[in-house]
Design a protein around this ligand. Structure first.
Ligand code: ASP
Length: 304
């Protein structure tokens, strides 16, 4: 039987258990299941890993629970802005977008940048003009701002900097043996206007290379960038011959004293192995192998 698989994360963060209600937990788990089902529906039919990661991420961008698309974090001015990237492990093509405000599904714009643009990385109004020229759906900024985020912005303002790492990411393996990785984020709470996250940076938040692995990261972008985290997993697999789980764990814990901050990632290889690694007590995550019922988890002591 041909192998295929999808694995996702929806953010790694350090939170108190009592701050997450049972109801929220259930909603997170349902949101993860829904995204995995969307990716699986593509892969089961023989669709591409690229289509699968876009389908999974689109679901999470449209889900107000996650920090991507609707429900994105608010910056210091109370505005949303989004970053996203996608990478094709077959040919190392990639597309990235940064600081975009009006595109309904940032991951779709990243895909179009990869496939239709002569550049790899488009930001701000230039990226939005490109989205318009490609017929992507646009929305007013109010579409993305949820009541919860607005309330927490008023309450916490500067304080919430480290919370709300609900960035979403997906990695997939299709029946032709191709890998893809994608990540989408609303950035950090109360970030400065114009700040870019690690998510759209190829090698930092997102990376895919068929013979080795596909990786999507989450956590504090400032440390993920400096650790070039996704590429580190690939490098450990390729040059050090590490297995995927060991490589993922080593990448997250490397340079501990210098790279201090929340970090997490999901990785997948052509052998249908999935690895999760994170230095937080929570990473919303899940996977499905060969179309089997998806498994999802939130806390560090849940084994899936
Ligand atoms: N990595 C994202 C950022 O730095 C945040 C997250 O993963 O939730 O903006």
């Amino acid at each position: 039987m041909k192998k295929f698989a999808i694995a996702i994360h929806a953010g790694a963060e350090t939170v108190k258990r009592e701050d997450i209600s049972k109801e929220q937990e259930t909603q997170y788990r349902e949101g993860l299941q829904e995204a995995l089902a969307a990716g699986n529906a593509v892969l089961e039919k023989g669709g591409s890993a690229l289509d699968a990661v876009v389908a999974a991420i689109e679901k999470m961008e449209n889900n107000p629970l996650f920090n991507a698309g609707i429900g994105g974090n608010l910056n210091i001015h109370g505005e949303t802005a989004f970053d996203a990237a996608i990478m094709d492990g077959k040919n190392l093509k990639s597309g990235s977008v940064g600081s975009i405000r009006y595109v309904k599904n940032p991951i779709k714009l990243a895909r179009v940048v990869m496939e239709k643009c002569r550049h790899n990385f488009m930001v701000d109004t230039g990226a939005e003009e490109f989205a318009l020229s490609q017929g992507l759906e646009l929305k007013p900024p109010s579409h993305f701002v949820t009541e919860e985020k607005l309330k927490s912005w008023h309450q916490n303002y500067y304080d919430d900097y480290l919370k709300g790492h609900d960035t979403v990411g997906a990695v997939a393996l299709d029946q032709n043996g191709n890998l893809a990785a994608a990540t989408s984020t609303g950035g950090l709470n109360s970030q400065l206007k114009g700040r870019l996250s690690d998510s759209p940076l190829i090698g930092a938040g997102t990376y895919a290379n068929n013979p080795y692995c596909a990786v999507s990261c989450t956590g504090k972008g400032e440390v993920i960038m400096r650790g070039v985290l996704a590429h580190e997993v690939y490098a450990l697999v390729k040059y050090a011959g590490e297995g995927l789980q060991t490589a993922s764990e080593k990448a997250v814990t490397m340079h501990k004293a210098l790279l201090d901050g929340d970090m997490g990632l999901v990785s997948l290889n052509q052998q249908q192995e999935v690895a999760f690694a994170f230095n937080t007590n929570m990473m919303k995550r899940g996977y499905s192998l060969g179309g089997a019922a998806p498994l999802v988890a939130l806390w560090d002591n849940e084994h899936i």
